[in-house]
Design a protein around this ligand. Structure first.
Ligand code: SAH
Length: 253
Protein backbone atom coordinates (compact mmCIF):
# COMPACT_ATOMS: atom_id res chain seq x y z
CA UNK A 1 0.00 0.00 0.00
CA UNK A 2 1.12 3.54 -0.71
CA UNK A 3 1.38 5.76 2.37
CA UNK A 4 1.68 9.50 2.73
CA UNK A 5 5.37 10.47 2.59
CA UNK A 6 6.38 7.50 0.37
CA UNK A 7 8.51 8.18 -2.66
CA UNK A 8 6.89 6.68 -5.76
CA UNK A 9 7.64 6.48 -9.44
CA UNK A 10 5.05 7.84 -11.85
CA UNK A 11 5.32 6.55 -15.40
CA UNK A 12 3.50 8.48 -18.09
CA UNK A 13 2.09 6.94 -21.31
CA UNK A 14 5.35 7.78 -23.15
CA UNK A 15 7.48 5.97 -20.56
CA UNK A 16 8.79 9.16 -18.97
CA UNK A 17 9.53 8.66 -15.27
CA UNK A 18 8.94 11.03 -12.36
CA UNK A 19 10.15 10.40 -8.82
CA UNK A 20 7.74 12.11 -6.43
CA UNK A 21 6.87 12.12 -2.76
CA UNK A 22 3.23 11.33 -1.98
CA UNK A 23 1.61 14.28 -0.24
CA UNK A 24 -1.86 15.79 -0.35
CA UNK A 25 -0.86 18.08 -3.19
CA UNK A 26 -0.94 18.44 -6.97
CA UNK A 27 1.89 17.50 -9.32
CA UNK A 28 2.20 19.33 -12.63
CA UNK A 29 3.36 17.57 -15.81
CA UNK A 30 3.13 18.46 -19.50
CA UNK A 31 0.33 15.86 -19.74
CA UNK A 32 -1.75 17.53 -17.06
CA UNK A 33 -2.06 17.81 -13.29
CA UNK A 34 -2.04 14.74 -11.05
CA UNK A 35 -3.56 14.75 -7.54
CA UNK A 36 -0.98 12.83 -5.49
CA UNK A 37 -3.28 12.64 -2.46
CA UNK A 38 -5.45 10.15 -4.41
CA UNK A 39 -2.64 7.58 -4.16
CA UNK A 40 -2.74 7.22 -0.38
CA UNK A 41 -3.98 3.74 0.54
CA UNK A 42 -3.78 2.42 -3.05
CA UNK A 43 -1.61 -0.57 -4.06
CA UNK A 44 1.52 -0.20 -6.24
CA UNK A 45 0.68 -0.71 -9.89
CA UNK A 46 -2.35 1.51 -9.57
CA UNK A 47 -3.10 3.99 -12.36
CA UNK A 48 -3.90 7.62 -11.78
CA UNK A 49 -5.35 10.03 -14.32
CA UNK A 50 -4.26 13.60 -14.86
CA UNK A 51 -6.92 16.29 -15.29
CA UNK A 52 -6.30 15.97 -19.04
CA UNK A 53 -6.98 12.23 -18.99
CA UNK A 54 -3.40 10.92 -19.28
CA UNK A 55 -2.89 7.69 -17.32
CA UNK A 56 0.16 7.43 -15.05
CA UNK A 57 1.20 4.07 -13.55
CA UNK A 58 2.55 4.18 -10.01
CA UNK A 59 5.46 1.90 -9.08
CA UNK A 60 7.75 1.50 -6.10
CA UNK A 61 11.08 3.03 -7.19
CA UNK A 62 14.02 0.64 -7.57
CA UNK A 63 17.56 1.62 -6.66
CA UNK A 64 18.16 2.24 -10.40
CA UNK A 65 15.24 4.68 -10.55
CA UNK A 66 16.65 6.61 -7.59
CA UNK A 67 20.13 6.73 -9.16
CA UNK A 68 18.71 7.88 -12.51
CA UNK A 69 16.88 10.76 -10.84
CA UNK A 70 19.26 11.81 -8.06
CA UNK A 71 21.59 14.80 -8.03
CA UNK A 72 25.12 14.08 -9.25
CA UNK A 73 28.53 15.34 -8.29
CA UNK A 74 31.34 13.26 -9.82
CA UNK A 75 30.87 10.61 -12.51
CA UNK A 76 29.02 7.60 -11.12
CA UNK A 77 29.87 3.92 -11.35
CA UNK A 78 27.80 2.36 -14.15
CA UNK A 79 25.38 -0.48 -13.24
CA UNK A 80 27.39 -2.97 -15.36
CA UNK A 81 30.42 -2.32 -13.14
CA UNK A 82 28.45 -2.22 -9.87
CA UNK A 83 26.93 -5.56 -10.87
CA UNK A 84 30.24 -7.33 -11.39
CA UNK A 85 31.66 -5.80 -8.19
CA UNK A 86 28.75 -7.19 -6.16
CA UNK A 87 28.65 -10.61 -7.81
CA UNK A 88 32.41 -11.33 -8.04
CA UNK A 89 33.00 -10.21 -4.46
CA UNK A 90 29.87 -12.06 -3.35
CA UNK A 91 28.58 -9.06 -1.43
CA UNK A 92 25.57 -10.39 0.46
CA UNK A 93 22.80 -9.43 2.88
CA UNK A 94 24.20 -8.68 6.32
CA UNK A 95 27.73 -7.81 5.09
CA UNK A 96 29.70 -4.82 6.30
CA UNK A 97 31.33 -3.01 3.36
CA UNK A 98 33.78 -0.14 3.61
CA UNK A 99 33.72 2.13 0.58
CA UNK A 100 35.60 5.21 -0.70
CA UNK A 101 35.08 7.70 -2.24
CA UNK A 102 31.35 7.99 -1.98
CA UNK A 103 31.24 10.63 -4.74
CA UNK A 104 27.63 10.98 -5.89
CA UNK A 105 26.74 7.89 -3.89
CA UNK A 106 25.64 5.68 -6.80
CA UNK A 107 27.88 2.74 -5.92
CA UNK A 108 27.03 3.38 -2.25
CA UNK A 109 23.35 2.83 -3.08
CA UNK A 110 24.02 -0.33 -5.11
CA UNK A 111 26.09 -1.69 -2.21
CA UNK A 112 23.47 -0.69 0.38
CA UNK A 113 20.84 -2.46 -1.72
CA UNK A 114 22.99 -5.62 -1.80
CA UNK A 115 23.78 -5.75 1.93
CA UNK A 116 20.11 -5.23 2.82
CA UNK A 117 18.62 -3.87 6.02
CA UNK A 118 20.83 -6.08 8.23
CA UNK A 119 24.04 -4.96 6.50
CA UNK A 120 26.12 -1.82 6.69
CA UNK A 121 28.02 0.36 4.20
CA UNK A 122 30.55 2.79 5.66
CA UNK A 123 31.66 5.22 3.01
CA UNK A 124 34.50 7.77 3.16
CA UNK A 125 34.38 10.92 1.02
CA UNK A 126 37.11 13.52 1.29
CA UNK A 127 35.28 16.41 -0.41
CA UNK A 128 32.66 18.21 1.64
CA UNK A 129 30.52 19.11 -1.40
CA UNK A 130 30.40 15.50 -2.65
CA UNK A 131 29.88 14.20 0.89
CA UNK A 132 26.76 16.41 1.09
CA UNK A 133 25.44 15.16 -2.26
CA UNK A 134 26.01 11.53 -1.24
CA UNK A 135 24.28 12.14 2.09
CA UNK A 136 21.26 13.61 0.33
CA UNK A 137 21.11 10.68 -2.10
CA UNK A 138 21.35 8.07 0.66
CA UNK A 139 18.41 9.80 2.35
CA UNK A 140 16.47 9.92 -0.92
CA UNK A 141 16.90 6.16 -1.33
CA UNK A 142 15.74 5.52 2.25
CA UNK A 143 19.07 3.89 3.18
CA UNK A 144 20.10 6.17 6.06
CA UNK A 145 19.78 3.25 8.51
CA UNK A 146 22.34 1.12 6.65
CA UNK A 147 24.85 3.69 5.36
CA UNK A 148 27.32 5.72 7.40
CA UNK A 149 29.06 8.48 5.46
CA UNK A 150 32.29 10.00 6.70
CA UNK A 151 33.72 13.27 5.42
CA UNK A 152 37.29 11.97 5.70
CA UNK A 153 40.14 10.72 3.55
CA UNK A 154 40.45 6.94 3.66
CA UNK A 155 44.17 7.39 2.90
CA UNK A 156 44.54 8.58 6.52
CA UNK A 157 43.29 5.26 7.83
CA UNK A 158 40.21 3.12 8.36
CA UNK A 159 38.51 3.74 11.68
CA UNK A 160 36.50 0.51 11.70
CA UNK A 161 38.00 -2.63 13.20
CA UNK A 162 36.78 -5.08 10.64
CA UNK A 163 34.93 -5.35 7.34
CA UNK A 164 33.72 -8.12 5.04
CA UNK A 165 34.78 -6.16 1.94
CA UNK A 166 36.47 -2.92 0.88
CA UNK A 167 35.35 -1.25 -2.36
CA UNK A 168 37.27 1.72 -3.75
CA UNK A 169 36.63 4.21 -6.53
CA UNK A 170 39.40 6.75 -6.02
CA UNK A 171 42.68 7.68 -7.74
CA UNK A 172 45.20 5.74 -5.59
CA UNK A 173 43.76 2.53 -4.17
CA UNK A 174 47.30 1.41 -3.23
CA UNK A 175 47.27 3.99 -0.43
CA UNK A 176 44.53 1.94 1.24
CA UNK A 177 46.41 -1.40 1.15
CA UNK A 178 48.27 -0.90 4.48
CA UNK A 179 44.97 -0.18 6.27
CA UNK A 180 43.05 -2.90 4.44
CA UNK A 181 45.30 -5.75 5.59
CA UNK A 182 44.42 -4.97 9.22
CA UNK A 183 40.69 -4.55 8.68
CA UNK A 184 39.62 -6.99 5.96
CA UNK A 185 38.29 -10.37 7.15
CA UNK A 186 39.85 -13.51 5.61
CA UNK A 187 37.88 -14.40 2.47
CA UNK A 188 36.77 -10.78 2.02
CA UNK A 189 37.45 -8.79 -1.13
CA UNK A 190 39.42 -5.64 -1.80
CA UNK A 191 37.96 -4.13 -4.98
CA UNK A 192 39.54 -1.20 -6.80
CA UNK A 193 37.81 0.57 -9.68
CA UNK A 194 40.17 2.73 -11.72
CA UNK A 195 39.66 4.27 -15.18
CA UNK A 196 43.30 4.25 -16.35
CA UNK A 197 45.83 1.53 -17.11
CA UNK A 198 48.64 3.39 -15.33
CA UNK A 199 46.57 3.29 -12.14
CA UNK A 200 46.30 -0.49 -12.40
CA UNK A 201 50.07 -0.74 -12.96
CA UNK A 202 50.86 1.50 -10.03
CA UNK A 203 48.50 -0.52 -7.85
CA UNK A 204 50.18 -3.79 -8.88
CA UNK A 205 53.64 -2.42 -8.11
CA UNK A 206 52.49 -1.45 -4.62
CA UNK A 207 50.80 -4.81 -4.21
CA UNK A 208 54.13 -6.66 -4.43
CA UNK A 209 54.76 -5.70 -0.81
CA UNK A 210 51.38 -7.11 0.28
CA UNK A 211 51.29 -10.27 -1.88
CA UNK A 212 51.32 -12.64 1.09
CA UNK A 213 47.97 -11.27 2.35
CA UNK A 214 45.97 -11.89 -0.82
CA UNK A 215 45.08 -14.50 -3.42
CA UNK A 216 46.17 -13.80 -7.02
CA UNK A 217 44.46 -10.63 -8.27
CA UNK A 218 41.97 -10.56 -11.11
CA UNK A 219 41.43 -7.50 -13.32
CA UNK A 220 38.38 -7.14 -15.55
CA UNK A 221 36.77 -4.64 -17.85
CA UNK A 222 33.07 -5.06 -18.57
CA UNK A 223 31.71 -4.38 -22.07
CA UNK A 224 27.95 -4.13 -22.34
CA UNK A 225 26.27 -4.12 -25.74
CA UNK A 226 22.62 -3.19 -25.77
CA UNK A 227 20.47 -4.56 -28.59
CA UNK A 228 17.90 -2.86 -30.73
CA UNK A 229 14.93 -5.12 -31.42
CA UNK A 230 12.64 -4.11 -34.29
CA UNK A 231 9.93 -6.10 -36.05
CA UNK A 232 12.20 -7.14 -38.93
CA UNK A 233 15.67 -6.59 -37.51
CA UNK A 234 17.54 -7.13 -34.32
CA UNK A 235 21.04 -5.71 -34.09
CA UNK A 236 23.36 -4.04 -31.57
CA UNK A 237 22.72 -0.37 -30.97
CA UNK A 238 25.01 1.78 -33.09
CA UNK A 239 26.68 3.52 -30.17
CA UNK A 240 28.13 1.89 -27.11
CA UNK A 241 29.67 3.02 -23.86
CA UNK A 242 33.20 2.03 -24.79
CA UNK A 243 35.13 2.50 -21.57
CA UNK A 244 34.38 3.12 -17.91
CA UNK A 245 37.01 1.50 -15.73
CA UNK A 246 39.20 -1.47 -14.87
CA UNK A 247 38.11 -3.40 -11.84
CA UNK A 248 40.72 -5.18 -9.73
CA UNK A 249 39.63 -7.92 -7.33
CA UNK A 250 41.86 -9.13 -4.50
CA UNK A 251 40.77 -11.78 -2.04
CA UNK A 252 42.16 -11.66 1.49
CA UNK A 253 43.80 -14.82 2.81
N1 SAH B 1 31.67 5.70 -6.96
C1 SAH B 1 31.08 7.02 -6.88
C2 SAH B 1 31.92 8.05 -7.59
C3 SAH B 1 33.25 8.26 -6.93
S1 SAH B 1 34.24 9.50 -7.75
C4 SAH B 1 29.65 6.96 -7.43
O1 SAH B 1 29.26 5.93 -7.99
O2 SAH B 1 28.91 7.94 -7.29
C5 SAH B 1 35.66 9.43 -6.74
C6 SAH B 1 35.48 10.10 -5.40
O3 SAH B 1 36.57 9.78 -4.56
C7 SAH B 1 35.45 11.63 -5.48
O4 SAH B 1 34.24 12.10 -4.93
C8 SAH B 1 36.64 12.05 -4.64
O5 SAH B 1 36.41 13.25 -3.92
C9 SAH B 1 36.79 10.86 -3.70
N2 SAH B 1 38.11 10.68 -3.09
C10 SAH B 1 39.33 10.86 -3.68
N3 SAH B 1 40.29 10.56 -2.79
C11 SAH B 1 39.69 10.19 -1.64
C12 SAH B 1 40.16 9.78 -0.35
N4 SAH B 1 41.46 9.71 -0.10
N5 SAH B 1 39.26 9.44 0.61
C13 SAH B 1 37.93 9.51 0.36
N6 SAH B 1 37.44 9.92 -0.83
C14 SAH B 1 38.29 10.24 -1.82
Amino acid sequence: MISEGDRVLLIDPRGKRYLVRVRREKFHTDLGIVDLGELIGKPYGTKIESHRGAKFTVLRPSVNDIIAKMKRGPQIVHPKDAGIIITYAGISPGDTVIEAGAGSGALTLFLANAVGPSGLVISYEVRKDFYRIALENVKLAGFSDRVILKNKSIYDGIEEESADHIVLDLPQPENVLPHAVDVLKPGGYFVAYTPCTNQVHRFFRALEEYKEYFMRPKVVEVLLREQEVKRDCMRPKTTMLSHTGYITFLRKL
